[in-house]
Design a protein around this ligand. Structure first.
Ligand code: HEM
Length: 491
């Protein structure tokens, strides 16, 4: 079995892929391309780049190199498994539509973060997606706006306090924005139990970094059972989160019993209510622990992604002050200095165009991966089972073929007639995924980003600090490796 997977199977798959017109490095026993991938990533991270450099080379250095050397029909070796690049929007569309065949990878490591719908398939996914969808309906999001507003206000108050007597002040806004999006999810997910929720999310944040470290060894069979320091910490954090979750469940049950909590003012409550309905109608639903796993998943899926969108929007509006001014004019026109209302946020056209252009250039998730469960034809190619598929969002988003000559330039005007008309192909923009499994929280993320950006624009003008180093890097999302130092001026 081991010999088959370490030597025979990869060789067979390589031959098959080459016959289909794919190319890449020859298979190297056990590691494949992993050593070169780690080396290239380390090199790319070792120095910042200039503002005009191609960011894809820093964020996906190895994928970029292989595609440059071997062409779009290329593969890389993730240990003994070949991983082919899919960049053709028609094929990407088919992969998203056939989600029961092209499945998400279920890494045992990911289970140490959270289970939940993102990793489910088939009926289990369908059931949970159905139960969770009402939590993101228009009226529920509307109810959450004051909570999100409160978190934005807290952040801006801290920014104001950073000013001494001067008219301007320098700040690394990246940690502030991360705290903002963590705060928003803790409050909107757990309402009155927000302090305990925040504790879960603190452990979860640490766990994310440990999982990233551990994933470098994930292709070594049995590695996760080695009782080393990293694995011990991963397991103890997992247990700690379990205990904290139980604590919230018990408190919530108690509060409901004595009538001290309403059941539908936060994501946890909305999910509990929707789940209750499902159980009454179909006699199947989720356990309360599963419901909380979904809340953990919202944090995992929604905290750093939204922070990434906001921080790059801030940086890009520094680099393109004419767009900062256009956005501010629009914000002033729509609600002046008043607190933005839910319906008014929909009137922000320029701000929306800017956010989409940032998502295109600095997609928070730069790459998605799938694995097919059986041999299948995709377009003209046959993909045997055992092959992984990479959908390199960032490389497709920057491709001249789909986005024209200015593909690598910041030009929010391309979204002036909406997302579907911005490029030549239907699925050449997929920052939120696409198809039935498209991001459930995209409206939540866009609402939060619009509100935060509008409130920042109302209070400050901003520019890059001379100390700013441009270093977009891939971690959980695309983040600024050396922070985002900007100079704020009060309006
Ligand atoms: C700018 C912010 C965000 C970006 C760029 C983003 C991106 C994505 C992407 C690319 C996927 C699909 C992954 C795949 O197909 O492999 C996804 C799925 C998902 N996202 Fe988001 N996301 C964002 C914010 C959020 C927020 C705020 C939440 C929740 C509060 C959320 C919840 C989810 C969930 C639950 C799924 C799984 C959907 C399913 O499998 O049916 N996301 N997201």
């Amino acid at each position: 079995m081991l010999l088959n997977w370490v030597w025979l199977k990869p060789k067979k798959l390589e031959k098959f892929l080459r016959e289909q017109g794919f190319s890449g490095n020859s298979y190297k026993v056990f590691h494949g391309d992993m050593k070169e991938l780690a080396q290239t990533t380390k090199e790319a991270k070792s120095r910042p780049i200039s503002l005009s450099d191609d960011i894809a080379r820093r964020i996906l250095p190895f994928h970029h190199r292989i595609i440059t050397n071997f062409g779009k029909n290329s593969f890389i070796w993730m240990g003994p498994r070949p991983n082919i690049h899919i960049t053709d929007p028609k094929m990407i569309r088919e992969i998203f539509l056939k989600h029961d065949i092209f499945k998400k990878l279920r890494s045992p490591l990911a289970k140490l973060l959270a289970t939940g719908m993102v990793g489910y398939d088939g009926e289990q996914w369908f059931k949970v997606r159905k139960i969770a969808t009402p939590a993101f309906h228009h009226d529920k999001l509307k109810n959450m706006l004051p909570t999100i507003h409160k978190s934005c206000n807290d952040m801006l108050r801290k920014w104001e306090m950073s000013f001494s007597k001067d008219e301007s002040c320098e700040l690394d806004v990246w940690p502030h924005i991360q705290t903002l999006t963590a705060d928003v999810i803790s409050r909107t997910a757990f309402g009155s139990n927000f302090e305990e929720g925040r504790k879960i999310f603190e452990v979860l944040s640490e766990q994310i970094n440990l999982v990233i470290q551990a994933s470098l060894f994930a292709y070594i069979p049995g590695w996760r059972f080695v009782p080393n320091k990293l694995n011990r910490k991963l397991n103890s954090n997992h247990n700690e989160m379990g205990e904290l979750v139980k604590g919230i469940v018990n408190k919530r049950k108690e509060a409901l019993k004595v009538g001290k909590a309403s059941n539908n003012d936060d994501l946890l409550g909305i999910l509990m209510e929707s789940n209750h309905k499902e159980i009454q109608e179909k006699e199947t639903g989720m356990s309360i622990e599963e419901v909380i796993e979904e809340c953990k998943l919202f944090y995992l899926a929604g905290q750093e992604t939204t922070a990434s969108l906001l921080v790059w929007t801030t940086v890009l509006l520094c680099i393109h002050p004419e767009w900062q001014e256009r956005a501010r004019e629009e914000v002033c026109q729509v609600f002046g200095n008043r607190e933005p209302k839910f319906e008014e946020l929909n009137q922000l056209k320029v701000v929306s165009q800017i956010l989409y252009e940032v998502l295109r250039l600095y997609s928070p998730a730069p790459l998605l991966t799938r694995a097919n469960v059986k041999e299948i034809k995709l377009g003209e190619i046959v993909i045997p089972s055992g092959v992984l598929l990479s959908l390199p969002i960032m490389l497709v988003h920057h491709d001249h073929e789909y986005w024209g000559d200015d593909a690598k330039k910041f030009n929010p005007d391309r979204f002036s007639e909406g997302v579907s008309k911005a490029s030549k192909n239907q699925v050449s923009f997929f920052s939120f995924g696409w198809g039935p499994r498209i991001c459930l929280g995209q409206n939540f993320a866009l609402l939060e980003s619009k509100l935060a950006l509008a409130m920042i624009l109302q209070k400050f003008t901003f520019q890059l600090s001379p100390t700013y180093m441009h270093a977009p890097t891939r971690g959980v999302t695309v983040y600024p490796q050396h922070g985002a130092n900007i100079i704020l001026h009060k309006i």
